[in-house]
Design a protein around this ligand. Structure first.
Ligand SMILES: Cc1ncc(COP(=O)(O)O)c(C=O)c1O
Length: 543
């Protein structure tokens, strides 16, 4: 591997870095004052804002009506690191690579920054796509050749779904909660998963989990006096959404030393602290399996969390989009609804929202934008308000709705496509487990790096014990040390990871998030590039 940047390539990166000095407030500013000592996010957000900064400077001489000073400050406050500064640089490098191949010490950018499986070569599940294709172009169902090309269960399923859609019109708006027949299928899938009843009227189909999270934040947050307990590190959808809706993020820290454990004592401490500052904490967010931290919660821990929410009158916002992504035999996914119902807590005892998505699991259909939230334990008048919010968006897209029903009701034993479906599904999940293990071991072999195992989800979140000299070099560049490391890594290897400061971390600790989604044939190259880079980085900065 060529190790050093040519001056041309270096210039591209330096130029991008220099432009970013606009002070965009980070999600730290959402935190209550005493709980604000997270490591700074500033460098990442500053480069991210480089485009808006250029616009702002030109606005000062133009007469256009919208400037950074006049837009909603909540938009300025909002940050989203997984598509932030480093990714912007990577995209520019990728563009430049096309015409300047020799200018770089690598010949391709490897994106390990975002949970986007199909962009990295993962194939879609055939049964799901067959059903989608047949629903979308239903005249195929009348063609005799179709029976030779499509499995009999995908044809049957397509008919069943089309019969559930008024006028079989997949291009028409649907009910704002989603097509009733699809919600029936999803409710049956939840019931089969949990062993407890699910009501189709509790299901709201959405364009992925993200809009569902926004909807709940919009419902719960009126001002910064309303707080949401959120894990740190967290997936920045939560900090971004709390910022956009004007609330306060009340952080609770996951314990890295115990495999990113979620301690009830920490929840209590942060809740009390927030309350003492006059904040009404409305909800607790739990991401299980965790992003970026990859832990899978133990059942007893989940019981304690449910009891805590019940006792404290908090809505439990359960992000369960990685429910299919569990890689270790000693852990199992349990939905929070199942846990609550097993404890005997019904609709009247606890308010619970579970988010699911077609983007993750073994299906990885993120571009199709499908998902749902199951909303339980809300009064009928509040439910009506949620329905009203959904209806303002008219409905979610129909292909996403169909996919959401398919992931909750895949082929069953005896179905025509069952065997091939199982081969595809198990192949993807076992390969993810293998890739997670290989990367985890490689990371743990790096000097000064420790990495908890990825029990689930799609990420590793290693901790770097960075030398003081590297921290000072980062400070001199007004960059967070982990962002400094990640930029250097990108410049030297083309590997894109996200600095831990984009997710929040205990002050003074430095991490990055690396997905496990690159295909198996790319993993050795990632390991080699990472290992070689890390060694030269340490040689340069070792104290
Ligand atoms: C924990 C978590 N929740 C929600 C989402 C949003 O997913 P989508 O909107 O694609 O369903 C993601 C995406 O990466 C995620 O990691």
């Amino acid at each position: 591997m060529r190790r050093f940047l040519t001056s041309q390539a270096k210039g591209l990166v330096d130029h991008t870095t220099r432009r970013q000095h606009h002070k965009s407030p980070s999600f730290l500013s959402l935190l209550t004052p005493q709980s604000r000592p997270l490591a700074p996010l500033s460098s990442l957000s500053r480069l991210l804002s480089s485009t808006s900064e250029m616009a702002a400077s030109s606005d000062s001489t133009s007469s256009l009506p919208v400037t950074l000073d006049s837009i909603n400050p909540k938009v300025l406050k909002c940050e989203y690191a997984v598509r932030g500064e480093i990714v912007n640089i990577a995209q520019k490098l990728q563009e430049d690579l096309k015409s300047n191949k020799d200018a770089y010490p690598f010949d391709e950018i490897i994106y390990c920054n975002i949970g986007n499986p199909q962009s990295l070569g993962q194939l879609p599940i055939r049964f799901f796509r067959e059903v989608l294709a047949l629903c979308d172009h239903s005249s195929l169902l009348d063609e005799s050749e179709t029976h030779g090309l499509f499995s009999t269960d995908s044809i049957d399923r397509a008919w069943k779904i089309l019969d559930q859609i008024p006028g079989r019109a997949t291009g028409a708006y649907s009910h704002s909660q989603g097509i009733k027949g699809l919600r029936d299928t999803i409710a049956a899938g939840i019931e089969a998963r949990d062993g407890f009843p699910a009501d189709p009227n509790d299901i709201f189909l959405t364009d992925g989990a993200s809009p569902a999270v926004h909807m709940m934040m919009q419902l719960l947050l009126s001002s910064e006096k309303d707080g949401i307990l959120c894990p740190i590190p967290q997936y920045p959808l939560y900090s971004a959404s709390i910022a956009l809706h004007g609330g306060s993020l009340v952080p609770y820290y996951l314990d890295e030393a115990t495999g990113w454990g979620l301690e009830i004592s920490e929840l209590k401490k942060q809740l009390e602290e927030a309350r003492s500052k006059g904040i009404t904490v409305r909800a607790l967010v739990v991401i299980n399996p965790g992003n970026p931290t990859g832990q899978v919660l133990a059942e007893e821990n989940q019981c304690d969390i449910v009891n805590f929410c019940k006792q404290e009158g908090l809505v439990l916002l359960a992000d369960e989009v990685y429910q299919e992504n569990v890689y270790v035999p000693d852990k199992k996914f349990h939905s929070f609804k199942k846990i609550a119902r097993s404890l005997g807590h019904g609709e009247k005892d606890i308010s619970l929202v579970s988010f699911q998505s077609v983007s993750k699991g073994y299906y990885g259909e993120c571009g199709k934008r499908g998902g749902y939230m199951e909303v339980t334990g809300f009064t009928s008048d509040v439910r009506e308000q949620i329905y009203k919010m959904a209806s303002v968006n008219l409905c979610s897209n129909i292909s996403g709705q169909i996919l959401a029903s398919l992931v909750m009701s895949p082929p069953k034993p005896g179905d025509d496509s069952y065997d091939s479906y199982m081969v595809e599904r198990d192949g993807i999940l076992s390969s993810m487990a293998k890739r997670a293990k290989t990367l985890e071991e490689a990371l743990n072999n790096l000097e000064g790096v420790t990495c908890n195992r990825a029990e689930g989800a799609m990420y590793l979140f290693p901790r770097m014990n960075l030398p003081q000299k590297a921290i000072e070099a980062a400070e001199a560049e007004k960059t967070a040390p982990d962002a400094f490391y990640c930029k250097r890594l990108l410049n030297a290897t083309g590997v894109v990871v996200v600095p831990g400061s984009g997710f929040g971390q205990v002050p003074g600790t430095w991490h990055f998030r690396c997905t496990i989604l690159s295909q198996e044939d790319k993993i050795p190259a990632i390991v080699n590039r990472l290992t070689e880079f890390h060694k030269s980085f340490m040689d340069e900065f070792r104290d």
